[in-house]
Design a protein around this ligand. Structure first.
Ligand code: MN3
Length: 206
């Protein structure tokens, strides 16, 4: 997540059918090859006439977008956020197994949220309460506290100075083909593909 212009589409880090049956192959193709790709292409198109910003990483673009020319500021924020959030989302899913958080990360979650089930319920609530499109996130703040937040559209926690640890995309394109309007079912089943090791590693480093 630290590349510079021109941005390239991160290949899906696993086969398109790996997350079956919880996330279906067709959704993965549509989500990665169409939706995510569109954010990458649009971001490159927006920045093409502005070489002064070609050294900026994705992270710099989403945290310092207010320093960009007014003509592209909002669009860059949205599309760079779209690329960043999707790189994160696809990386924070993995082969469905009977996994749960482990070790010190598990203990930190239990200390903050009471239990792993309570933590998952709070993440679900964040995703359900997001009106329209957006994201549910587990983050670490500057005082190293764990928090659950939701962001709208393609806003990222980085912009708020928060370190993202885990996310669930609650845009309809992430689930509509399989789960139709049941965002609650999608989030409920999403835990089967959650990459807890990815989150734990980020938590330990943050
Ligand atoms: Mn998406």
């Amino acid at each position: 997540m630290n590349q510079n212009y021109p941005f390239t589409l991160m290949p899906l880090p696993y086969p398109y059918n790996l997350l079956e049956p919880y996330i279906d192959t067709q959704t993965m193709h549509l989500h990665h090859d169409r939706h995510m790709k569109a954010y990458v292409e649009k971001l490159n198109e927006l920045l093409a006439p502005y070489p002064a910003y070609h050294s900026w990483s994705l992270t710099q673009l989403v945290t310092n977008y207010n320093r960009l020319p007014a003509a592209i500021r909002e669009d860059v924020k949205n599309n760079a956020g779209g690329v960043y959030n999707h790189e994160f989302y696809f990386s924070n899913m993995t082969l469905p197994r009977q996994q749960q958080p482990e070790g010190a990360f598990k203990e930190a979650l239990e200390q903050k949220f009471g239990s792993i089930d309570d933590w998952k319920a709070a993440m679900k609530q964040a995703g359900m309460k997001r009106f329209g499109s957006g994201w549910a996130w587990l983050v670490k703040d500057k005082s190293k506290n764990l928090k659950i937040i939701s962001t709208a559209n393609q806003d990222t926690p980085l912009t708020q100075g928060l370190t993202p640890l885990m996310c669930i995309d609650v845009w309809e394109h992430a689930y509509y083909l399989k789960y139709k309007n049941r965002r609650d079912h999608y989030i409920g089943y999403w835990w089967n593909v959650a990459n807890y090791a990815f989150a734990a590693e980020r938590w330990a480093k943050a």
